[in-house]
Design a protein around this ligand. Structure first.
Ligand code: SF4
Length: 90
């Protein structure tokens, strides 16, 4: 049985998360440990981004991260640094 510590479980994606982000039901990361998307090393960062790169909702996720000013973690295939750069351009 999974613990509730750092695992994104499908049941955890019910309201209010799904209400705010309905596309999350299609997320490639929904069965991954959430901490994987808050990497501590470049290797972990690359692993998270590799999952994003096969995710069918990568654009929705990046839009959400930019609109919500998500400051930490990998969202929509981007790192925190990359989102800061995008935010300065847009
Ligand atoms: S783009 Fe990445 S972080 Fe966003 S939902 Fe998909 S796999 Fe998860």
């Amino acid at each position: 049985m999974d613990t509730m510590d750092d695992t994104i479980e499908f049941e955890a994606l019910t309201a209010p998360i799904l209400e705010e982000r309905p596309w999350a039901v299609f997320a490639a990361c929904k069965a991954e440990k959430s901490m994987k998307f808050f990497p501590q090393t470049r290797q972990e960062e690359r692993e998270a981004i590799a999952i994003c790169n096969i995710c069918p909702v990568i654009e929705d996720c990046l839009d959400h991260a930019l609109e919500s000013n998500e400051r930490f973690g990998v969202w929509g295939g981007t790192t925190e640094r990359e989102r800061r750069k995008i935010s300065r351009i847009v």
